[in-house]
Design a protein around this ligand. Structure first.
Ligand code: TYD
Length: 203
């Protein structure tokens, strides 16, 4: 039986990373084999592209094409084979991030996004996407508290992040059966309860 493909999304500072790890353990404890991976990245080439994408200024279309190039490699080398073997794949960001960041944040033409999405994964969408949503100010506060070097996207101004959030919410509204919104301003315990409810129906 084919495995399931779960993605995590949200604006920077939404705090999804710790929950990604937790979910992988939760599923392993239920006997599933889990591949935990991320985008951009997930392969040796993809991680090299990530380094460039997160640090190097570039034209919007170059950025978008590299995101999808990394994704193509990731799908071919890791995601598709794992799903074929019946494993669960948990991916920290996928094409909804391109929709939100390059589309919403930077204003990429939607038709260009759709053409690339169609080219790179015409027959594949995540079975489930968890969108960690919270007010911008709380997300910003978390980033400041983490006190680390900020990447190219985290350095963007508030209006950019506002557009990213809006694009995510629009995408969730357009795909209500795939994308579940998680109230990410809550405590870790409360968020885990929300996740347990979502997963009790599918595993
Ligand atoms: P992120 O996943 O938040 O990693 P970390 O938790 O280590 O900071 O960082 C990846 C960044 O890349 C994030 O700011 C969103 C951006 N991104 C895009 O702009 N488009 C994409 O298609 C993807 C996958 C990520």
């Amino acid at each position: 039986m084919r495995g399931k493909f779960i993605t995590f999304e949200g604006i920077d500072g939404a705090g999804k990373s710790s929950h990604v790890e937790w979910l992988a353990e939760h599923l392993r404890a239920r006997g599933h084999t889990v591949l935990l991976t991320r985008e951009p990245g997930g392969t040796s080439l993809g991680e090299k592209l990530r380094e460039l994408l997160l640090n190097e200024p570039m034209h919007l279309e170059t950025e978008t094409l590299l995101m999808f190039a990394a994704r193509r490699e990731h799908l071919a080398q890791r995601i598709e084979p794992a799903l074929e073997r019946g494993e669960w794949v948990i991916c920290d960001r996928f094409s909804d991030a391109t929709w939100a960041y390059q589309g919403g944040g930077r204003g990429l033409d939607k038709a260009k996004f759709l053409a690339l999405e169609h080219w790179v994964h015409e027959h594949l969408q995540p079975d489930l996407t968890l969108l960690f949503d919270l007010p911008l100010e709380i997300a910003r506060e978390r980033i400041v508290l983490a006190n680390r070097v900020l990447d190219k996207f985290e350095q963007e101004r508030a209006d950019f992040h506002h557009r990213v959030r809006q694009a995510y919410l629009e995408r969730a509204q357009a795909n209500p059966s795939r994308i579940r919104t998680i109230a990410a301003e809550k405590t870790i315990g409360e968020i885990r309860k929300q996740l347990e409810v979502v997963f009790s129906t599918i595993c």
